[in-house]
Design a protein around this ligand. Sequence first.
Ligand code: URA
Ligand code: ZN
Length: 365
Amino acid sequence: SIEGRNYDHGSIDVHTHCYLPRYMEVLRNRHPNVPYVIPDPRDSTLDERYVILPGEDNDPTSAIGRPIGEEYFCVKEKLRYMDRHGIAISVMSLANPWLDFLPKDDAVAMSTLLNDDLQEISEDSKGRLYGFATLATQDPIAACKEVERLATSQRMIKGVILGTSGAGKGLDDPALEPLYETLAKHNFPVFLHPHYGLGNEHYNNTGHSLFLALGFPFETTMAISRLILSGAFDRHTNLKFLLAHAGGTLPFLAGRLDSCVSGDHEMCDKLMHPPTYYMKKNFYYDSVIYTTPALQSVIDLVGSDKLMYGTDNPFFPPKEGARSDAEWPSTAKNYDAIDGLEDESVRNAIVYGNASNILGIDLLE
Ligand code: URA
Ligand code: ZN
């Protein structure tokens, strides 16, 4: 259980989402194009339904998506969830698929509006909420301008969340170089988060289980590995990424990546360092991986000062419903994984200390 946990401070949650009301309106006007939100066709007094994932609209096991209620878009619900689970501070981000599906100009305009919403919500939160901004990566130059604007005037914004698509050709697209330069210049970390999945053709008849458990982390692993091999972290030595789900599978595969790159002499000559060098220097990792051994392996590889607590709220709600007073088992399991680490100073670092240091967040009294 979460009550009685003995951290000397409440946690800082760096992986927690909110579909801001303005974004909900976009989702409500898209049916039948995924992602969309519709009233429940069986009973319009129930929660609306959200169809989010690629192909979900023709998956018979999840034909009308998932219920979507205030836990997805109300700040009051976020704070209630935080209070229930010992979370002092949340760095909120829009959830997938961000602005990926919008035409370029619409995405650019929406990005500014959403980021201003996030700034304002955070300013009004008495130090409990911060934000990772949303960018229109379809237009990398506009995205640069938005980062400049945020870095100079919107102080509650601590970085940006990005998916893996970039301007349509992935994160190693040369068109994104100016964006990386601007992000590095302003010390804005990129929270890299999956949406599309990888290997989806293999997950027959397993609902969302394998798509989320495997496809999501595989997607993150592929995207960040490509970015490493493009030499991006040699060109932008101060560029920082926070990798969702403890880096996908990257920490486990680090040795193979080093070994296979060093065995490919042409590739190897293009990089100044082995991939694990950048994994230690340029990357942070969230703790959304649910077991102590997985956390320990990240610590062993990159050090205990690189991991930051996350929940993935409001995804993975309890059976009783997201707005019941029930403890969220997904959140408890994540805390349990951290509790299993032996060193108290390491546990405190992961739960709040690292996020405070890395993102420059003041702890609450
Ligand atoms: N499912 C999603 O679509 N996104 C998340 O972040 C988690 C689960
Ligand atoms: Zn998430």
